[in-house]
Design a protein around this ligand. Structure first.
Ligand code: CTP
Length: 468
């Protein structure tokens, strides 16, 4: 019996009618069909026609009275953005990509040829768009069975599939993480064997897949697979080097890599922000470089938060990640130990005030990171730390309400300092401003203009003498 999927989308029926009128065999394939079967809505639709994909795309655009068809002659594809829908047209082909280059050989093939050259069986299911069998499924590689079994297999020998496009190695780990699927052992084996071929793939495409792993519900799934296949070593050596680094177990896992993965999974429960997740991934990134053994204490990692923060920029550069997020990640890595120091020690107003001042707008994200950083397996310890942690949050609320320290500026501004002290712009103005800030953060004077001005008058001569 023929199997069908129920395609609700009228746009696809319209395209099907057009294909009928033009006597073109057209099918929807890939992610759209996979996600329809999984009951998910997607807005990207890949359409394969037996024949010329670009020509069919042009006919569809004309029929829908759209002039925004973008043609990629080199790849034999055409793309049409229709409101929230993104349609991509391609002709069925025998071979996907030429070795060692991204230049495709556009050899015309049958639908089955085309499906066989796709990445995974779950992405190699087609559904007809023709009126006579609208929605009928063509599934020569039993992709539906694999969808049910939640497993990633390749339509051909995985070595051939990965050889066609090595980025698929990353895609395997990404889909495993995104969909919660396992990867067939022979596919994992091929991924490990061919991992070095990723070097021919552009950094942008690799990072795009990596970010999708970070954005998935449980990134540790994809990252463990990356590590086991030797791919982490190539794509993200700093993360791979966390493995095998022992640390004391008090709040943490013994191994820094496993601890880090747990922190990333933990933070996913409280945020979808990939950059906060990235900060969780990088929070201990400098531990291997700062590790030292201290008699009577054990392993220490002094300064790893500072060195880690300094590593962020070079990692973003190498991985071609968007620079606008560097400062945020740096800040969280730099400050990640600070809330815990408060949790462990005495929670004084001035310590809380200082942290609020330094973290600024990022304080809530920093607290999320800090909470995620507790990965001890001892439930009593976790409970204890969480309780203290809630105490710190409460205290922060109180101090914040009193002092309004988020994005705070000292109540006496540079202009006024210059006027009162008869100064030109320069280093002394900054120094005086810092002294006032310190006095407020320490709680020696209240966070108010008059008190700050009085304090300025008191200290100015002594401070200015220091500058000379
Ligand atoms: N494809 C492939 N090899 C690749 C990339 C894509 O075989 N390296 C095929 C797959 O059949 C895939 C389809 O092209 O389903 C569409 O690719 P893409 O839009 O990148 O992936 P989706 O499966 O749609 O998933 P997502 O949108 O989540 O990326």
């Amino acid at each position: 019996m023929k199997q069908r999927i129920h395609i609700q989308e009228p746009l696809l029926q319209q395209i099907g009618k057009l294909a009928d009128a033009e006597s073109v065999r057209a099918f929807v394939v890939g992610g759209f069909v996979r996600d329809e079967i999984l009951g998910k809505q997607v807005k990207d639709i890949d359409i394969v026609v037996v024949g010329n994909g670009i020509e069919f795309g042009q006919k569809v655009a004309r029929a829908l009275e759209r002039s925004n068809l973008v043609v990629f002659e080199n790849f034999g594809t055409a793309m049409l953005q229709l409101d929230e829908w993104k349609l991509e047209f391609v002709g069925a082909r025998k071979e996907s990509y030429k070795k060692e280059s991204r230049k495709p050989i556009v050899a015309v093939g049958t639908l089955e040829d085309d499906l066989s050259r796709r990445d995974f069986t779950v992405n190699a299911i087609a559904a007809s768009l023709l009126a006579e069998d609208f929605g009928t499924i063509i599934d020569p590689f039993d992709g539906r069975l694999d969808l049910e079994a939640k497993i990633l297999k390749t339509p051909l020998d995985p070595v051939v599939t990965f050889d066609d496009d090595p980025l698929r190695i990353m895609r395997a780990f990404r889909f495993a993480s995104q969909l919660g699927f396992t990867v067939e052992p022979s596919v994992l084996e091929a991924a490990a064997k061919m991992s070095s071929r990723l070097k021919i793939i552009s950094q942008e495409r690799i990072s795009d897949e990596f970010l999708k792993i970070i954005a998935s519900p449980q990134p540790s799934v994809g990252m463990k697979l990356m590590y086991d296949a030797g791919v982490m070593e190539i794509v993200f050596p700093e993360v791979a080097q966390l493995a095998g680094v022992d640390q004391r177990q008090d709040y943490h896992h013994k191994d820094v890599f496993l601890h880090t993965l747990k922190v990333v999974d933990n933070i996913c429960e409280s945020t979808d922000n990939v950059w906060l997740r990235m900060a969780a991934l990088l929070h201990d990134i400098a531990k291997p470089r700062t590790k030292a053994f201290k008699e009577g204490i054990g392993w220490t990692f002094h300064g790893h938060e500072e060195l880690g923060a300094r590593m962020v920029k070079q990692i973003f550069k190498r991985m071609k990640l968007p620079f606008e997020h560097i400062k945020f990640v740096e800040k969280l890595v730099r400050l990640h130990l600070r809330p815990m120091a408060l949790v462990d020690g005495e929670v004084t107003d001035s310590a809380v005030r200082r942290l609020l001042f330094e973290a600024g707008e990022e304080i809530d994200d920093l607290m999320k990171l800090c909470r995620a950083d507790i990965t001890s397996k001892n439930p009593r310890l976790v409970e204890q730390v969480r309780k203290n942690y809630d105490l710190v949050i409460k205290k922060m609320g109180e101090v914040e309400e009193k002092d309004r320290l988020r994005n705070w500026q000292p109540p006496v501004k540079g202009e006024e300092i210059m006027q009162v002290c008869g100064l030109e712009p320069g280093r002394s103005v900054g120094l005086l401003k810092d002294e006032i800030t310190e006095a407020i953060l320490d709680g020696r004077i209240p966070n108010e203009h008059d008190a700050a001005l009085e304090y300025l008058l008191k200290i100015k001569d002594e401070v200015l003498q220091r500058v000379v």
